[in-house]
Design a protein around this ligand. Structure first.
Ligand code: HEC
Ligand code: HEC
Length: 208
């Protein structure tokens, strides 16, 4: 086969491969897996919008490697959730990859957020500047401009406020301890309940 045709054939295989993995991701989302992972759609939706009322996190548009790390952490115990740990245990490595890549490609419509202007202003200050008098760094110094995420630092813009507040609470009480060198534990321990609510509301009001 001439080299040009070979390259074309390989490129087509790549395209078919990606397509097959998208289909596998969608099948897991809608049907779950034989090993017992529940269909993700029930809680995270088909486009990964999650649910504000029940603290089901938004997954759509988030970094696939970050989502994968969270599922692996749920599997190995560094992060524990009575809901998600059994789901993660029902996913093979290949399934884990397919389903996280599927969600990272989605662009869900997120609900509008209403919050007190004073809370939003405080939240904006914490996110952009931090509260240096109390050693609280700006969230965006790690989570990237506008909280859109960068590398191992996940996107926090456009996430549900209740979920954000709940994760900060879990770092405080030790329920979540999967952050490299305790970066989020140190931040969470310094935030008061009011500051947590304020920054969570502000982040939820942003677009990812
Ligand atoms: C019964 C509801 C439910 C189902 C079904 C479910 N999840 Fe979750 N998921 C949750 C909840 C609740 C959390 C937050 C857990 C916590 O507080 O640590 C979560 C968290 C996650 C996270 C971490 C997100 C982040 O931003 O850190 C990922 C990734 C995830 N789920 C993927 C999946 C996948 C993939 C499936 C399907 C195979 C699935 N979930 C099925 C409820 C569910
Ligand atoms: C020094 C760096 C750093 C700073 C500053 C920081 N974070 Fe984080 N944050 C992290 C890292 C690292 C993770 C990912 C932990 C992991 O791998 O599970 C994280 C994860 C999170 C998560 C979990 C996201 C998810 O979907 O699971 C939330 C919510 C969060 N941070 C909120 C905040 C808020 C709010 C602030 C500001 C008050 C903040 N962070 C400041 C490093 C930081």
């Amino acid at each position: 086969m001439p080299l040009r045709n070979l390259a074309l054939a390989l490129a087509m295989c790549g395209a078919v491969g990606a397509h097959a993995s998208d289909e596998q991701g969608l099948a897991i989302v809608t049907q779950g897996t034989a090993a017992g992972a529940t269909a993700c759609i029930a809680c995270h939706g088909i486009d990964g919008a999650g649910g504000a009322a029940a603290n089901f996190p938004r997954l759509g548009g988030m970094d696939a490697a970050y989502l994968r790390k969270q599922l692996l952490d749920n599997k190995n115990g560094a992060r524990h959730s009575p809901v998600m740990t059994p789901v993660a245990q029902g996913l093979s490595d290949a399934e884990l990859k397919a389903v996280t890549e599927y969600y990272s490609k989605q662009r869900p419509q997120m609900p509008a957020v209403s919050a007190e202007p004073a809370a939003l202003a405080l939240g904006e200050r914490i996110a952009n500047q931090g509260l240096w008098a109390r050693d609280i760094p700006a969230c965006f110094s790690c989570h990237g401009p506008e909280g859109r995420g960068i590398g191992a630092f996940p996107a926090i813009a456009g996430q549900h406020a209740g979920y954000i507040a709940q994760q900060i609470e879990q770092w405080k009480n030790g329920g979540r301890h999967n952050d490299a060198v305790g970066l989020m534990k140190a931040v969470s321990d310094r935030l008061t309940a009011d500051e947590t609510q304020a920054v969570a509301a502000y982040l939820a009001s942003l677009k990812l």
